[in-house]
Design a protein around this ligand. Structure first.
Ligand code: ZN
Length: 242
């Protein structure tokens, strides 16, 4: 069995300072709300935020990260391209990425997807039902058939992503839209999971079922420990000819 992944939870950490309603739900920041249930099961979890030097994502921090969890929304453009390149390189090397909610529009997610990543949205506090559409997928281990969130932001199709390698959650919203809410992709040696829920003005990350999904996604996205492939010109393993 693989050992537990070392996790870094990255949060933009701006809404919590600008909006008292968000600060009331996440008094220590969304990153701490995401980190706490991971730490509770024994994972080694660091946090990093936008306004730290290098956004908290130094080369040494990333070298010690097996899975990076990303929450960003209103300041995607302030994430330095140099840091995006650094994270991208680590994903291709094998670091997992769990992109949450509005991270669909983060520079790193868009770069990894290669598509526009836009979608429909509406902030009306409506009900969301997340249906498990792949009960064999490890990220839904322990989940009920449907998770109901009483109030969430609506995200609707079409979600401009490349066809996911795996689709395990499909959301229905009270207003009628549907959305691919749980998806995975592989890039290089890295695994990427997207989980939709988590608008900052609702207590979604305090929901035990959502916390379980995130824990499962972190474990799924961890590097499997295979050797790094060697590419380029090489000598034959066996004598050729003669
Ligand atoms: Zn949102």
């Amino acid at each position: 069995m693989r050992s537990e992944p070392r996790v870094t939870v990255w949060n933009e950490y701006r809404h919590e300072h600008a909006n008292p309603a968000v600060a009331a739900i996440y008094p220590r920041g969304i990153h701490e709300a995401l980190a706490a249930p991971l730490r509770a099961v024994g994972l080694d979890v660091a946090t990093a935020t936008l306004d730290e030097p290098e956004h908290g994502l130094s080369t040494s921090r990333l070298a010690k990260t097996d899975v990076l969890v990303w929450w960003g929304h209103k300041a995607h453009g302030e994430v330095a391209d140099e840091i995006v390149e650094r994270v991208h390189a680590r994903v291709l090397e094998g670091m997992g990425l769990v992109a949450l909610h509005s991270a669909h529009f983060s520079k790193i997610f868009k770069k990894l997807m290669g598509t526009g990543c836009d979608l429909k949205w509406r902030e009306a506090g409506e009900r969301e039902r997340l249906w498990v559409v792949d009960p064999t997928h490890p990220i839904v281990a322990g989940c009920p058939e449907v998770i109901t969130l009483p109030q969430e932001e609506m995200y609707g199709e079409h979600f401009d992503i490349p066809p996911p390698d795996e689709l395990f959650l499909l959301s229905w919203f009270q207003g009628g839209e549907v959305f691919r809410s749980g998806c995975t992709w592989r890039r290089g040696q890295g695994r990427i999971a997207y989980l939709r829920p988590g608008h900052e003005t609702y207590p979604t990350y305090h929901d035990a079922e959502i916390q379980m999904l995130i824990l499962n996604a972190v474990r799924w996205a961890a590097p499997v420990g295979a050797a790094t492939p060697v590419r380029g010109n090489r000598a034959p393993l066996e004598p050729l000819g003669g």
